[in-house]
Design a protein around this ligand. Structure first.
Ligand code: G4F
Length: 324
């Protein structure tokens, strides 16, 4: 039985990945931070097979303990401060956790391998936010990184540190440059879920509109359930490498509103959407669209859920939640 350790196991990706690995027969360990963390109890209910370990990316000793306890074949480092807008307000914390935390996790794995001689494969959750002010369209593995937020800068640090540990120590360390990926499990602060929840409430006459920031930004949105499969595939390769994971299609926030409102039979949403500067960012990433041909060729990975299916799935889920 293979063993896997997932950091960030209580997040959207962590939960999908835990399910995938459990289905594949892995013993799944999940790192959860903090005392009395309510997410821990929730995870214990929904994913009872995950063995929860206590640890924090800022605390190297806790990571060394966790790795030496579960002796994983594979480590998936998904934990991060992941909300881009928050990273301007909390740049230091974001840099420490989202950037420095990767280094701590790599060190914990290296320490374990040196001590025991047991090989460990490592996955780093890199992000399309690293492309920022894009220098090439579409973006691929070789595209120059130009991050536009403290979050993006921190992710660049983690990305290059992962490559550096691969090159310096021969570690099987891969980095997945994942474009935006969403699901009904997405946090309500991200734009897709903010819209799907609001549209569901509007449908049920519980609110009459919503406020948003920049409607013209474009993102390459895929389904999180499809994307965790790519993470796993990367660690099954004989050689570690970096891969862009994306659908290859881009849509604006306006397109997102078109589909979400159409699901409840509304064709003109203009009266229901207010523009509010508080949701605009000091520096915006205007356009993301990924070229995932390397992942498609080498890993045999393809996304299955389309943008329209994804948004409709999220709105339907949020309506069903309200009805429950
Ligand atoms: O949903 P978002 O907050 O996602 P963002 O910033 O693209 O980041 C997500 O994807 C990254 C991958 O590229 C991840 F690394 C990261 O952790 C996260 O998962 O915002 C998407 C777009 C932005 O352009 C934002 O300005 O939507 C625009 N937007 C407009 N109004 C809004 C809003 N975003 C949010 N969250 N809330 C708004 O009211």
């Amino acid at each position: 039985m293979k063993r896997a350790l997932i950091t960030g196991v209580t997040g959207q990706d962590g939960m999908y990945l835990a399910e995938l690995l459990n289905d594949k027969g892995y013993e799944v360990f999940g790192l959860v931070q903090g005392q009395n963390n309510p997410k821990k109890d929730l995870l214990a209910q929904t994913h009872p097979y995950v063995k929860i370990l206590s640890g924090n990316l800022l605390d190297l000793v806790s990571l060394i303990r966790a790795v030496s306890f579960c002796r994983p074949d594979e480590v998936y480092n998904l934990a991060a401060v992941s909300f881009v807008a928050y990273s301007w307000e909390n740049a230091r914390l974001t840099s420490d956790v989202t950037g420095g935390g990767v280094l701590n996790m790599l060190e914990a794995v290296r320490f374990h391998m040196d001590k025991t001689g047991e090989p460990v494969k490592f996955y780093q959750a890199s992000s399309s936010e690293m492309f920022g002010k894009v220098q090439e369209v579409p973006q691929r593995e070789s595209t120059l990184l130009w991050p536009r937020s403290p979050y993006g800068v921190a992710k660049v640090f983690g990305h290059y540190m992962t490559i550096n540990y691969r090159e310096s120590y021969g570690m099987h360390a891969s980095s997945g440059i994942l474009f935006n990926h969403e699901s009904p499990r997405r946090g309500p602060e991200f734009v897709t879920r903010k819209v799907s929840m609001a549209v569901a409430r509007i449908h049920k006459n519980l609110q009459n509109g919503l406020s948003l920031g920049n409607l013209d930004a474009k993102r390459d949105w895929g389904f999180a359930g499809d994307y965790v499969e790519a993470m796993w595939l990367m660690l099954q390769q004989p050689e570690a490498d970096d891969y862009v994971i994306s659908t290859g299609q881009t849509h604006s926030i306006r397109d997102l509103l078109d589909v979400a409102f159409d699901e409840i039979g509304v064709t003109d949403w203009n009266q229901m959407v207010r523009l509010d500067d508080q949701f605009k960012r000091p520096a915006e990433v205007d356009l993301l669209i990924g070229d995932s041909s390397k992942a498609r060729e080498v890993l045999g990975w393809t996304p299955k859920v389309t943008f329209e299916e994804l948004i409709r799935m999220m709105v339907r889920h949020d309506i069903a939640e309200l009805e429950r």
